[in-house]
Design a protein around this ligand. Structure first.
Ligand code: G3I
Length: 392
């Protein structure tokens, strides 16, 4: 009698609603989806990439080029787990840090594209698109920038950076996060604009300058405005959504080139979840002729009590519900997670109280765990993509 006959099949356990992982009982809908494919084989037709391709969607993740075995991929010999995971699961990539000012600009007169070019080579070999992130932000900047920039040179600094960097990748990127996180209601400005260095030195027109310059440097890239804290039906996030919509409307009125909005989607496994307010926002953005990308999805498990099983069950619910909510919208064209494996998530690098779990255990925010194994979130996400309407 084979081992299988001796065990209740997953299907039997699922029917009894009694599948347990660790000390948590996972819901039937989750394991049912695993029965659809071989739970251990998540490549080829069982991959997130294949399911996204089949629905006409872009799915991918933020990656760290330093960890990619590009030569091994080129030679067809790589056995590196992270490399194979990124290649097999994504049809679009974004550099987590390698295309930011801080990575590209070691000193005022130097542009270092080494890691960014490595990512581009990897994506080319793997037949993947690439998002650029980002050309203008209040973080991720090199130490020399703030002491160097002033009212007299800030326009030139920003223009030179964008022309050089967007020019370097001209015609090869799907989209650019041109300006990142420009709205901060807490800064008390009438238009909700963040009082960043660029705002202080150039004024609100730094946004127009950035997008118009990016359009000159790379007419093919879809120019995107990317922000966070616009997902939930809370008063603060509803206000921020209004301010982002007002920003976009002002762009349209002034003919500022913009093609898409990035909804970062750094969500929490506990607490309120995205709903009608975000759907309304996505539809309003669509009415302005713009696409929407989920650009940085991950699920913070800081507040989830218990072990891996409890974290995984809570995270999987978000990876089931959130993509299902948004992928119904025809202008939602891409969904990227912020990292593909818990092994490299920023959430396990942060020391702030909102990221560090009280018991000191690691967060589990992504579709693959520390050992590069698929988590319940993987199967939930795959099921949500599989159930999405086909996008043209
Ligand atoms: O590469 C240097 C290394 O040489 C140095 O020894 C080390 C010392 O701390 O720093 C390393 O750079 C770090 C970089 O990540 C690469 O690991 C920076 O300090 C660190 O600040 C940087 O954090 C990144 C952060 O953006 C700021 O750029 C996170 O990894 C990245 O996940 C995070 O991503 C942002 C998005 O770009 C925008 N949306 C929010 C999201 C999360 O904050």
């Amino acid at each position: 009698m084979g081992a299988r006959e001796l065990m209740w099949s997953r299907r039997d356990l699922a029917k009894a609603g009694l599948l347990a992982v660790g000390s948590a009982v996972l819901p039937e809908w989750l394991w049912g989806s695993q029965e659809a494919g071989n739970a251990t084989d998540v490549t080829g037709v069982n991959s997130l990439r294949a399911h996204a391709d089949a629905r006409g969607l872009l799915f991918g993740a933020a990656v760290v080029p330093q960890l990619l075995d590009v030569d091994g991929l080129a030679a067809g010999t790589t056995t590196d787990g992270y490399t194979l995971l990124v290649k097999n699961q994504a049809n679009i990539l974004v550099a987590e840090n390698s295309m930011k000012w801080g990575a590209l600009r070691p000193s005022p007169g130097v542009f270092d594209f080494t890691q960014a070019d490595k990512l581009m080579r990897f994506a080319s070999l793997a037949g993947q698109k690439v998002r650029g992130h980002n050309l203008c932000w209040h973080e991720g900047n090199p130490g020399w920038l703030k002491p160097t920039a002033n009212r007299d040179n800030a326009r030139a600094l920003l223009t030179e950076h964008i022309l050089t960097v967007a020019g370097h990748f001209r015609g090869r990127l799907h989209s650019w996060d041109v300006v990142n996180e420009a709205i901060e209601p807490k800064d008390g400005q009438a238009d909700g604009l963040r009082k960043s260095m660029w705002y202080d030195l150039i004024g609100p027109e730094y946004l127009d300058l950035a997008y118009r310059t990016a359009a000159i440097a790379d007419p093919d890239a879809k120019l995107t405005y990317n922000d966070y804290g616009i997902e939930l039906d809370t008063p603060d996030q509803a206000k921020k959504r209004e301010l982002v919509l007002a920003l976009i409307k002002r762009f349209k009125e002034r003919g500022v080139p913009l093609h898409a909005v990035g909804v970062q989607s750094h969500l929490s496994a506990d607490g309120p979840q995205p709903g009608a307010g975000l759907v309304q926002f996505v539809r309003e953005v669509g009415r302005m002729g713009l696409e929407v990308y989920v650009t940085e999805l991950d699920v913070n498990t800081r507040n989830i009590k218990g072990g891996n099983g409890e974290q995984d069950a809570a995270v999987a619910r978000v990876y089931k519900d959130y993509p299902a909510l948004l992928l119904e919208e025809p202008n939602v064209k891409a969904l990227l997670t912020w990292g593909i494996t818990d092994a490299h998530t920023w959430l396990n690098q942060m020391k702030q109280p909102w990221a560090v779990r009280p018991d000191g255990s690691r967060q589990r925010p992504l579709p693959f765990d520390d050992a590069l194994q698929p988590t319940p979130a993987f199967f939930a996400l795959r099921g949500a993509i599989e159930g999405a309407k086909k996008h043209d």
